[in-house]
Every structure is written in structure tokens, then in C-alpha cells.
Design a protein around this ligand. Structure first.
Ligand SMILES: [Zn+2]
Length: 499
């Protein structure tokens, strides 16, 4: 089962190099001056609508020309293409669809980003019957080249071009990467040259995969020695964290990539480093980049349940933040991004302004801070503001789908955490003195099974409140800290889980 979208590539009747793009609706405002001051630039993409299964008794289907080779993969006859086309035409102000020539163009199955059903897309290309088309302000004709200019040489305030036009159209006519993803491995390439391969990993629900990010640009770089790059290579991969039964797939990726390989690890969690041993085996010349706090935990063998993560016994290059990496002439900037852990790094791909945020954000829902590995709320807020300042064009988290409204997402994180913190302060001002009292107040509506995980969040917020001098005078941090034992007793867990 999958959800389906219909996307249209409509050729400009007076210039066949151009096709129609629609300004995408923005997510709702916060109605808060601070958050609403961070505005993502306009996003343009192909016109599209949900494609539902054909119901009995529907109007006769719209004729779509399909080349034979695609018919096995997808039965277009089972979808209500007429309704989807009518919806798109209504959006773009062309009235109901009549006439026109529609050709099946492409079927893209989404890789396993999750959570929930994959979102597959049927691309149909066509021409309008009339040349007399008046476009609304929210629509424009663009050529592949002008889209590429916006995608590959990004200036922060530039308009942006979305993924439907890239995976449906541009990637056909433009090869950004020299490397080809091995067959049978599902991936997504957006923006051009940024390849995401979701691989099954030991990650937390609702996700089941970690995104392996791969850069392998078409050009080889020669300008390494002239500059102060922390590392140079012909390819880069980020967070090889798949389960051992997928090590074969990772091996295929690593062995087909250029030998001058740079491996970047955002942090030490097992679902980000479980595949390091594969890289070490397949390409011992690879350069590993990580923060020293991350490396310390990787090399001592990070223990999780009864397993020890695969080790990396070769050397590594320590990254502190603000270091530049050169991959095939393209620049990436490593950014120190503590909060989730104290060694957490992010990575900005400068040409496309794609920001790889590690576990600072996840594709859906809120990210967890790891109190056992230096997770820190004050730093989490600071890092979030650093990310906002960078004005990324897309956020790439390691779990789930990419986010196309980066500032909106980051402000949403700030808002949710501030609301939670205000609730915690309310509990304290109402007389709560212990960890249990605060958790029981703030998470009263949440299943008790989630309280242990929630308790570390409360502790991080209390630290943050203390740092901001917001705690009432009669609240004793000493009493609060010594109440951890009581909390563990009441919840029936060992103190070890509270570290
Ligand atoms: Zn993590």
C-alpha cells in the first residue's frame, strides 16, 4: 500500500523548453512576532494533487498514453486521474480538464523514509490545447536551466525549487553525480547531487531507518592543497548506521564510490555508526571526520543492551566546528551543533544550502536529547538559532523525510520546547519540588510508560531554567537532584537508567 500523488509537467504552449511551476502554499503562521520574523523563501514545484483509487461509477477515465514498459509496474486504470487533473486545473485557474494530450512520464516509488505509508508519485506530461493562457501570480513558466540555477548556486533569499520537479524532471536531463546508486537500492536525489538512502537501523520509533547521505560530484577536485580544508575527497558519506543484515547494501555503496572517500559522523549513537566497520573493511583509506566527544564514545565501544557497536580502529580527523570539507570541488561546512549530544555536528552543503542536521530534528515529531551523552537544552536552543541564521533551503534529518520549510520547522521546535518549559515552571511555581511531582503534573495526560523518557526532558529543562535564573527562590536544586532516587524507585527502574 502506498499513498499516491499525481504531478503534471505542463509544457508552455509558446516555448517548449519551459514548464509550469506553482508557488507552494506556506505552512500556517505562528502569530508570534519572533517566530513569524523567520520566513522561508518561496518554494516552486510542479502542480500536483492526491491521486485516489477509481471508485465504481466514476466518469470515464481521461486517456493517458502509456508506453508498454511501464504497464507492469503501475496500472494507471485503477486511479481516478480525471478528478486529480480537475483538482490541479482548478488550483491553477484553467477550469476543468477537457482535451489536452497526456502522456505517462514517470512513476517514482518513494524510498522507505517513513513513518507511515510511502508517498509514490505518478508524473504525467502534457500540452494544453489553447495557447491563450493567463497565469496567476502564483504560477510561472520555467526552464530546466533556470531551475538548476536556483538549485545549484543558492543564495539564501533566492526562490527555491521543490523535489517533484527535481526527481520527476530535472534528474532526467542533468547528471549531477558521477556515481550511480547500485541497482535495487532505493534512494532520493534532492537537491541534485544530494543522495539520500534510508537504511534500516536500530533507531527509535516511529522510524525504522537512518538516512545515509551520499555526495559524489561529477568533478574530481585538485585544489585541496591550496586551501585550509579539514578533509578532501571525491565522495562523502554521512552516518553509515544500518543494521548488520544491511551491511551488504552498504558494502555495495562503499565499493562503488570513489576511493578518496570521506566519512562524516554526526554523533556516536549506534543507529549512526553501526556500519563503520564495513567502511573500514572495504576502504581502509577512507577519512573519518567526527567530534572528539563522539569519537571517544565510538572507540570505547558504545554499549547498548548486549551489543557493542562496530569499532573504528583506524585514525580519524577531529572536527570542532566551522571546518570546511572539499568534495570534488564542492564545499561543505561542518558545524558544531551540540544539544542532542555534546559531540553533535551538522553539515551544510554550500552550493545547494542543504543543511544536514543529524538528530537535532527528525522528519516528524520532536527530537530527543540524550542526557547520558551531554544532551543540553541551553545548547539545543543555541544550535537551533544557529541553524535559523544559516537560512537553509532544505533540512535533512537522519530519520524521516526532508523538510522543505526549515525555518518554520525550527521555530516550531523552539515554540514546543518553550511551551513545555513554561508548563514545567508552572508546576514548580505551584509547589512541585521533586522530579516525580513535576513529571506527574506536566505529563498527566501522557501514558505512564513514557514518564521515564519524559523525566530526562524535565531535568534538562530545569537546568535550562536555572541557567536563565527563572527558578523561584524557594525551589532547591539540591532537593530536586536528590529526588531522582525517589523517582527511580517509584517508577521501578534502576538509577543507572537515570544517569
Ligand atoms: Zn541520536
Amino acid at each position: 500500500m502506498a499513498a499516491h500523488t499525481l504531478a503534471l509537467i505542463i509544457e508552455n504552449p509558446s516555448n517548449h523548453h519551459e514548464f509550469l511551476l506553482v508557488k507552494q502554499p506556506r505552512p500556517p503562521k505562528f502569530h508570534d512576532q519572533e517566530y513569524d520574523s523567520f520566513v522561508d523563501s518561496d518554494l516552486w514545484d510542479l502542480p500536483s494533487a492526491l491521486l485516489n483509487p477509481l471508485q465504481p461509477g466514476s466518469e470515464p477515465p481521461v486517456a493517458v498514453e502509456v508506453a508498454g514498459s511501464h504497464s507492469e509496474e503501475l496500472n494507471l486504470g485503477q486511479f481516478d486521474i480525471r478528478s486529480a487533473l480537475n483538482e490541479v486545473f482548478l488550483q491553477i485557474g484553467f477550469g476543468e480538464v477537457e482535451g489536452g494530450e497526456w502522456k505517462f512520464y514517470k512513476y517514482i516509488k518513494e524510498a522507505a523514509f517513513g513513518p507511515g505509508l510511502p508517498h509514490n508519485t505518478v508524473f504525467i506530461a502534457g500540452k494544453l490545447v489553447t495557447e491563450d493562457v493567463a497565469l496567476l501570480d502564483s504560477h510561472k513558466w520555467m526552464s530546466v536551466q533556470s531551475c538548476l540555477n536556483l538549485l545549484l548556486e543558492v543564495k539564501p533569499q533566492d526562490d527555491r525549487v521543490g523535489p517533484l520537479v527535481v526527481v520527476g524532471h530535472i534528474n532526467n536531463s542533468f547528471d549531477c553525480a558521477k556515481w550511480k546508486v547500485p541497482p535495487a537500492i532505493n534512494y532520493q536525489e534532492y537537491p541534485p547531487g544530494v543522495i539520500l538512502i534510508p537504511m534500516e537501523s536500530r533507531t527509535a520509533k516511529p522510524f525504522s531507518t537512518t538516512n545515509l547521505v551520499v555526495f559524489a560530484p561529477a568533478n574530481a577536485s585538485n585544489d585541496c592543497e591550496d586551501n585550509n580544508f579539514i578533509a578532501c575527497g571525491d565522495a562523502l558519506i554521512v552516518d553509515p548506521g544500518c543494521l548488520s543484515r544491511f551491511h551488504g547494501e552498504l558494502e555495495k555503496v562503499v565499493t562503488t564510490l570513489p576511493r578518496r572517500l570521506v566519512v562524516f559522523v554526526t554523533h556516536h549513537h549506534h543507529d549512526h555508526v553501526d556500519g563503520l566497520s564495513v567502511i573500514q573493511k572495504c576502504n581502509p583509506d577512507a577519512t573519518l571526520l567526527a567530534h572528539e566527544n563522539t569519537m571517544r564514545r565510538i572507540s570505547k565501544g558504545y554499549i547498548f543492551v548486549f551489543m557493542i557497536t562496530d569499532d573504528w580502529s583506524l585514525g580519524y580527523t577531529s572536527v570542532t566546528g566551522d571546518d570546511e570539507i572539499n568534495i570534488g570541488g564542492q564545499r561543505l561546512r561542518a558545524i558544531f551543533a551540540p544539544g542532542h549530544t555534546d559531540g553533535h555536528l551538522a553539515l551544510l552543503h554550500k552550493n545547494t544550502h542543504s543543511l544536514i542536521v543529524g538528530d537535532h530534528c527528525v522528519g516528524q515529531g520532536s527530537a530527543v536529547l540524550d542526557i547520558t551523552s551531554g544532551g543540553n537544552m541551553t545548547e539545543y536552543f543555541q544550535t537551533t538559532y544557529e541553524f535559523l541564521k544559516l537560512s537553509p533551503h532544505v533540512l535533512i534529518s537522519m530519520h524521516g523525510r526532508i523538510n522543505l520549510w526549515p525555518k518554520q520547522m525550527l521555530c516550531g521546535y523552539l515554540k514546543n520546547r518553550r511551551n513545555r518549559e513554561a508548563n514545567i515552571l508552572k508546576a514548580i511555581e505551584g509547589g512541585a519540588k521533586t522530579l516525580f511531582d513535576i513529571v506527574a503534573y506536566v505529563y498527566a495526560d501522557v501514558d505512564r510508560g513514557a514518564w521515564v523518557a519524559a523525566s530526562s526532558n524535565v531535568r534538562l529543562h530545569v537546568d535550562h531554567l536555572a541557567q536563565q535564573h527563572k527558578l523561584p527562590k524557594d525551589f532547591s536544586l539540591e532537593t530536586f537532584n536528590s529526588s531522582l532516587v525517589e523517582f527511580a524507585d517509584t517508577m521501578g527502574i534502576s538509577m543507572k537508567r537515570m544517569q
